[in-house]
Design a protein around this ligand. Structure first.
Ligand code: NDP
Length: 448
C-alpha cells in the first residue's frame, strides 16, 4: 500500500524493488513506515540525514553453511543466518529461530522489529536476529547438539557480550541455548554473558523462561485497565503451545482469565473448563509431544485438526503466541464477530495488514508484538546486567522489574500516540516511541 509521504514512500518503493521476494520483511517495514508519517513531517532532519533509508538496511547480514552429521552417519547441510540490524543504542540483541521455513527475509523482518522493541524496553540494546532452516522437531538430542555446535563454530566470531548477544526464539529453548553456550565457551576459552536464556546453573536469570508470556499479560492488563477492563472472568484464546504461549496461559489464568483454546502447527484443543498450563508443560517441555495428546490427560478437552478454526472459538481476549501472519482477514472477521475486546500480540507480526485494519476498524483494542512481547528481551537485558555484575537476582525481583517495564512500555506507546495526534492507537505509538529513541542516537552518531 502506498505510504502517504513522498520520502517514506520512495524509501519503501526502493526496498520493494530490491527485495521483492522478502515478503515478510517488506510487510514489517511497510507497517512501521506508514505510522511514521507525522514524525517525518514534523522533523526535517530525518529526511535530510536519510535516517529512514539507513534504518531499513541491516548494518550487516551474515549467511553461512552449517554442516552436521545425523544419527545415521549422513552429512546434512543447513543454512545459518545472523542479521546485525542496528547498533545505535547498544550491542545487537535478538533471538535465534530454528525452523524449516527460515529464510533471510524472515530473519530480516524479525531483526527489523527487534530494533524498535528493544528501544521500547529503555535498556541499551540494538536490534539483531538469526537462525537456521534446521528444525529440532523429530531430531535426537545428539543431533541437535551436533547441529548447535556446528552453528556456533561459525557464529562465535561474529558475536560477543559487547557486540551481539543472541537468545532463543522458535525452536531454540533451554536445550539449544545450553549446547550453543557450551561450544562458544570452548572456542573462546572465556565465560561471558554472550547468550541469554541460559540455564539457572550457568548464568541464566530467574523468570527469563516465563518472561515473554508473563510480559504479554502484564502489558495487556495495563491496556485493559486503561480502558476500564481486566482479565477477571474473561475467556481467553492463546495460539501456540511453545514458550510464549505456555506462560501467557499461566499468567492470564493467574490474573483471573480462563484460557479455553490453544494450538500447535497440527491442530487445536478447546476446554471450556480452562486449560491446565502444567499439563501443557509436561507435553511440550518434557515429552516434546503434540498438543493432540492433551485429551489423554484431560478428557473434558476436545481436539480439532488444523489451526484456523481456533479464531472462531468465541472469547473476549485473543493472544496470538505462535508465529507471523497467523491471523488473516477471515480470522480477524471471526474474532470481531465473536464480540471480542481485543487482540494482543505475543508472537511477532501475527496479524496480516488486512487483519489489523479489520480489528482496529471494528474498534477492538490492538497491541503490536513489538510492544506487548518485549518482556522476553527486557528480561534478557536483565540477565546481561546480572552476568556483568556476577549477581543473581531473585524471581520476585526480576518479575517485579518485568512488570514495571511492561507498564512503562504501555504508557510510552499511549503517550507517543497522543502526542502525534492518534490517541489510543497503540500500534502507531509503539512504532513512534521506539523509532524516536533510535533515530536520535543515529542523528547524534553522524553518517555511519
Ligand atoms: P516455540 O518454538 O517455543 O513455540 C512456537 C509455537 O508456535 C509452537 O506451538 C508451534 O507449533 C507453533 N507454530 C509455529 N509455527 C506455526 C504455524 N505456522 N502454524 C501454527 N502454529 C505454529 O516458540 P516461542 O514460543 O519462543 O515463539 C513464539 C512466537 O513468539 C514467535 O513469533 C517468536 O518470534 C515470538 N517471540 C518469542 C520470544 C521468546 O522469548 N521466546 C520473545 C518475543 C517474541 P509446533 O510445536 O507444531 O511447531
Amino acid at each position: 500500500m502506498a505510504i502517504n509521504n513522498a520520502y517514506l514512500n520512495s524509501v519503501y518503493e526502493d526496498l520493494a524493488a530490491r527485495y521483492a521476494e522478502q515478503h515478510e520483511y517488506l510487510e514489517a517495514v511497510n507497517e512501521v513506515l506508514e505510522t511514521l508519517v507525522p514524525v517525518v513531517e514534523s522533523d526535517p532532519r530525518l529526511e535530510k540525514e536519510n535516517i529512514i533509508g539507513r534504518i531499513v538496511e541491516p548494518e550487516r547480514a551474515i549467511i553461512f553453511r552449517v554442516p552436521w552429521v545425523d544419527d545415521q552417519g549422513k552429512v546434512q547441510v543447513n543454512r545459518g543466518y545472523r542479521v546485525q540490524f542496528n547498533s545505535a543504542i547498544g550491542p545487537y540483541k535478538g533471538g535465534l529461530r530454528f525452523r524449516d521455513n527460515v529464510t533471510l527475509g524472515m530473519i530480516k523482518f524479525l531483526g527489523f522489529e527487534q530494533i524498535f522493541k528493544n528501544a521500547l524496553t529503555t535498556l541499551p540494546m540494538g536490534g539483531g536476529k538469526g537462525g537456521s532452516d534446521f528444525d529440532p522437531k523429530g531430531k535426537s538430542d545428539a543431533e541437535v547438539m551436533r547441529f548447535c555446535q556446528s552453528f556456533m563454530t561459525e557464529l562465535f566470531r561474529h558475536i560477543g557480550a559487547d557486540t551481539d548477544v543472541p537468545a532463543g526464539d522458535q525452536g531454540v529453548g533451554a536445550r539449544e541455548i545450553g549446547y550453543l553456550f557450551g561450544q562458544y565457551k570452548r572456542l573462546k576459552n572465556e565465560w561471558t554473558g554472550v547468550l541469554t536464556g541460559k540455564g539457572l546453573t550457568y548464568g541464566g536469570s530467574l523468570a527469563r523462561t516465563e518472561a515473554t508470556g508473563y510480559g504479554l499479560c502484564y502489558f495487556t492488563n495495563a491496556y485493559l485497565k486503561a480502558n476500564g477492563q481486566s482479565f477477571e472472568g474473561k475467556k481467553v484464546v492463546v495460539s501456540g503451545s511453545g514458550n510464549v504461549a505456555i506462560y501467557a496461559c499461566q499468567k492470564a489464568t493467574q490474573l483471573g482469565g480462563k484460557v479455553i483454546a490453544m494450538y500447535d502447527s497440527n491442530g487445536y484443543i478447546v476446554d471450556e473448563n480452562g486449560i491446565d498450563y502444567k499439563v501443557m508443560q509436561v507435553i511440550k517441555e518434557q515429552k516434546r509431544d503434540r498438543i493432540s495428546t492433551y485429551v489423554n490427560y484431560v478428557p473434558t478437552a476436545k481436539y480439532y485438526e488444523g489451526c484456523k478454526g481456533i479464531w472462531t472459538v468465541p472469547a473476549d481476549i485473543y493472544l496470538p503466541c505462535a508465529t507471523q501472519n497467523e491471523i488473516d482477514a477471515e480470522s480477524a472477521r471471526a474474532i470481531v464477530a465473536n464480540g471480542a475486546i481485543g487482540v494482543f500480540e505475543g508472537s511477532n507480526m501475527p496479524c496480516t495488514p488486512e487483519a489489523i485494519s479489520i480489528i482496529k476498524g471494528a474498534g477492538l483494542l490492538y497491541s503490536p508484538g513489538k510492544a506487548s512481547n518485549a518482556g522476553g528481551v527486557a528480561t534478557s537485558g536483565l540477565e546481561m546486567s546480572q552476568n556483568s555484575e556476577r549477581l543473581s537476582w531473585s524471581f520476585e525481583e526480576v518479575d517485579g522489574k518485568l512488570q514495571g517495564i511492561m507498564e512503562s512500555i504501555y504508557n510510552a506507546c499511549a503517550d507517543a500516540a497522543e502526542k502525534y495526534g492518534m490517541p489510543g492507537d497503540i500500534q502507531a505509538g509503539a512504532n513512534i516511541a521506539g523509532f524516536l529513541k533510535v533515530a536520535e542516537a543515529m542523528l547524534a552518531q553522524g553518517v555511519c
